[in-house]
Design a protein around this ligand. Structure first.
Ligand SMILES: *Cc1c(COP(=O)(O)O)cnc(C)c1O
Length: 402
């Protein structure tokens, strides 16, 4: 290849590709459009048969006993915390390397998020750090399957059993991932999915809570619809007032999902396994391509996790490069490969600082944060897109390596 071609676009060279590619995007086809349109032409646009169908589909796919579809992943986490009985004085251990919602849901309930550090190689919450953070006030663990890789379910379950804690899995990244052959969704006490457009399948917005526990299921159902029940068996006062009668027996929210969103997710579920297969294929190509690039560290996977990856992260070994992470990011952008950073440690945000959290709390997560960049990963990428991303990464690294 001639030298001029490999000059960085940010320094006036030609970009690796002409059209911009983004770190993630949905894949909506005509069958999805049809599924939504059919609902809009019908009688129910919310609280109808498609919501039920989605719940049964999620149960069948994951093997969980119950699924409750809700308006988004954050609502799912909030409902799970409500069902777990989180309240003032309770501590909930989670990871800082996540989207803010994984910790915000604890604050919604008046509880206190406590951040455990992550493992340097897998980037997932470290069971040893969890143990160090447990106090008599600890009530639950919200473990995030970061980038789609299942957390160490066995170790976390053992901790929960030992200290009588509730295990909530934030699986916003990990639908279609298996841990020791079992589908994510069937493992923790409660598992939360998100169907935001950057996630593996989408409803525009949407979420779900899955559980094998009848009591948690009952509480999540109440939490997502005003704490109101039409079920005579649950009523406390007068179930015989008349057919119109219902009771509010808890304080709940309106976290319902519409039927047209549910129809979209049900239709996307049909493609989940093929989406997952394509994601795995791309991850394999990336792993292969970056194996011999010493300036780049890739995420380690535990053998128990059969991962459907939501994100692909390259961690820059900045000691081996002359650029900063920001310069790498900008150079990639000029090559028309738009990256993203997942995530800024949650407790670094001004809101959390005002609550008393300080930098330095989780040194491993902070160290990882300094070098990470998420490169494009979504099933609609074609082989040329994948090759372009690899080319861009190698080109930028080549230009900045020491
Ligand atoms: C996306 C995401 C959420 C929130 O889901 P929404 O559907 O956007 O509310 C929660 N946790 C993690 C780890 C996420 O990536």
């Amino acid at each position: 290849m001639d030298k001029e071609m490999e000059k960085l676009a940010i320094k006036g060279g030609y970009p690796v590709r002409s059209g911009k590619i983004y770190y993630g995007r949905q894949w909506i086809d005509e069958s999805d459009v049809e599924a939504v349109a059919n609902v809009l032409r019908g009688d129910y646009i919310t609280c109808g048969p498609k919501v039920e169908e989605l719940e049964r589909t999620l149960e069948k796919y994951t093997g969980a006993k119950h699924a409750v579809a809700v308006s988004n992943g954050t609502a799912a986490l909030h409902c799970a915390c409500l069902a777990a009985g989180i309240g003032p004085g309770d501590e909930v251990i989670t990871t800082p390397l996540t989207f803010a919602a994984s910790a915000n849901c604890v604050l919604y309930c008046g509880g206190t998020p406590v951040f455990a550090d992550v493992e340097a190689d897998t980037y997932n919450i470290d069971p040893n750090s969890i143990r160090e953070k447990i106090t008599p006030k600890t009530k639950a663990i919200i473990a995030v399957d970061f980038t789609g890789q299942a957390v160490k379910n066995k170790e976390i379950r053992e901790i929960c059993d030992e200290f009588n804690l509730i295990f909530i899995e934030d699986a916003a990244h990990s639908i279609a991932t298996k841990y020791n052959g079992k589908q994510v969704g069937s493992l923790a006490d409660m598992t939360c999915f998100s169907f935001h457009p950057v996630k593996t399948i989408t409803g525009g917005e949407g979420g779900a809570v899955l559980t094998n526990n009848d009591e948690y299921h009952k509480r999540v159902v109440l939490a997502h619809t005003h704490g109101i029940t039409h079920d005579a068996a649950l009523m406390e006062d007068a179930p015989h007032e008349g057919p119109w009668y219902y009771e509010e027996i808890a304080l709940g929210y309106n976290y319902r999902i519409t039927d047209f969103q549910a129809a979209l997710i049900v239709n996307q579920m049909k493609k989940l396994d093929s989406f997952a297969a394509r994601r795995k294929e791309i991850v394999k190509k990336y792993d292969e391509a970056f194996k011999d690039v010493p300036e780049i560290i890739v995420q380690k996977e535990i053998p128990e996790s059969d991962t459907c990856r939501h994100l692909y992260i390259v961690q820059l070994d900045l000691d081996k490069l002359t650029c900063t992470r920001r310069e790498f990011f900008d150079a990639m952008s000029a090559e028309n490969v738009q990256c993203q950073i997942h995530y800024i440690p949650v407790y670094w945000f001004p809101y959390y600082r005002k609550l008393g959290y300080n930098k330095g709390l989780c040194p491993v997560a902070e160290q990882i944060y300094k070098g990470i960049v998420s490169i494009p990963l979504y099933p609609k990428m074609n082989d040329q897109d994948v090759a372009d991303v690899i080319h861009a990464v190698k080109k930028v690294v080549e230009n900045y390596k020491k």
